[in-house]
Design a protein around this ligand. Structure first.
Ligand code: ADP
Ligand code: MG
Length: 365
């Protein structure tokens, strides 16, 4: 019987450190308990056959195909890009049939693309008895998305999917390109609250923010915003107001990640929660990547008993918020938030209880 391999890779949530990954900065993230499952079997021919239960589609390509898929088949560029990138790196993955399914809600910004890439890579490598270091795996998947899909994402999504640990938060350093984990106190729980407004503008806005951060670093005479403190940015006279605000968001986020790790280590969850509220305020005032819907959710969070902190998570411009709550009060909070949000905005939100979870792994094979 031919060998079958099944791999799972989770989505992720960013807890602190917004837009810092491409500024060589720091992020606190967690893998969540939802993600993409990829089942792989060998094929004799040098082809990739891929089908997705999520969108009901299938696609096929030669492993050496250089041209990306277009139109309705563009989703298949994620796995084709991964296989191509692995082969270009000298990892001799051969023909395979890949079947994927996902329990990640779409449009929440939980990084289904990275979960798709990482589960594909893990399944394909295992199918051909190959392996790579975890950070190499994350980087190859990022390269596939940058170069083959054409999305200039940082390394956060793939690294979080790879390095997640049950009950722990991941501290990522994008200058050292390293990951370590810090335990999350057991009485805490995470709620994802989606604003119901997908982050559709993120393509153009995201690239614009990247350019503004680059311009800020250049004006400050440093390689990346990682090299400056908020104090130095505030004191710099050479920056126009918008550039200064963008820079302050990044430096503030780096500082909040460091304070957040210290708070977790000291078991001071309320301090950690305060940092999350501050992070959202900075997104709103300095980085301009919030929306009135995300702001409304965070205002509701601040007025809800048992909520320690809340902020937008991921790129922004829509998508979801992440709430740190007392586990014992999570059921009551889940009950009341949708109605409060509807009353305040007229819109409908969706709520999900999640927890810091194990990263990408083989389920079979
Ligand atoms: P995010 O990564 O935040 O979920 P992206 O826009 O980066 O959002 O990636 C979403 C895209 O990834 C989808 O539009 C689709 O092309 C692809 N994708 C993710 N999961 C699946 C899946 N299970 N089946 C097919 N395509 C998927
Ligand atoms: Mg993505």
């Amino acid at each position: 019987m031919s060998k079958t391999v099944v791999a799972f890779a989770p989505g992720r949530v960013e807890l602190l450190g917004n837009h810092t990954d491409y500024n060589e900065g720091l992020v606190l993230a967690a893998a969540i308990d939802l993600g993409v499952t990829a089942r792989a079997e060998r094929l004799e021919a040098d082809v990739l056959e891929v089908s997705s239960e999520t969108n009901g589609r299938r696609a096929q390509a030669s492993l050496d195909q250089r041209a990306p898929f277009t139109g309705d088949s563009a989703w298949a560029n994620y796995p084709l890009g991964v296989i191509r990138t692995l082969r270009d790196a000298g990892l001799e993955v051969g023909g395979l049939r890949l079947q994927v399914s996902s329990n990640l809600p779409l449009g929440w910004g939980l990084s289904s693309s990275a979960a798709f890439e990482v589960s594909t890579a893990l399944a394909a490598l295992s199918l051909y008895d190959l392996s790579v270091e975890p950070m190499t795996l994350a980087k190859l998947c990022q390269k596939a998305e940058n170069e083959f899909v054409g999305v200039q994402c940082g390394l956060l999504d793939q690294a979080s999917s790879v390095f997640g640990r049950e009950g722990e938060v991941i501290r990522l350093d994008f200058r050292e390109v390293s990951a370590s984990t810090v335990p999350m106190p057991a009485h805490a729980a995470l709620l994802l609250v989606d604003s119901g407004v997908p982050h559709e503008l993120s393509g153009g806005e995201y690239n614009e923010r990247r350019a503004q951060c680059r311009a800020a670093a250049a004006a400050l005479g440093v390689r990346a915003l990682r090299d400056v403190t908020s104090k130095a940015v505030a004191a710099a006279t050479s920056l126009d107001p918008v550039t200064r605000a963008r820079a302050l968001h990044i430096t503030g986020e780096n500082e909040r990640v460091q304070a957040g790790v210290a708070a977790l280590e000291a078991n001071r969850l309320d301090d950690f929660g305060r940092l999350m509220f501050e992070s959202h305020e900075s997104s709103k005032r300095n980085f301009g990547n919030s929306t009135s819907f995300l702001d409304s959710l965070v205002e509701i969070a601040a007025a809800t008993p048992g909520v320690l902190g809340a902020r937008l998570t991921g790129g922004g411009f829509g998508g979801a918020t992440i709430w740190l709550v007392e586990k014992a009060q999570a059921p009551a909070i889940l009950q009341t938030v949708p109605e409060a949000y509807h009353r305040k905005t007229g819109a409908t939100c969706k709520v999900l209880l999640t927890k810091p979870s194990q990263g990408a792994r083989l389920l079979h094979g």
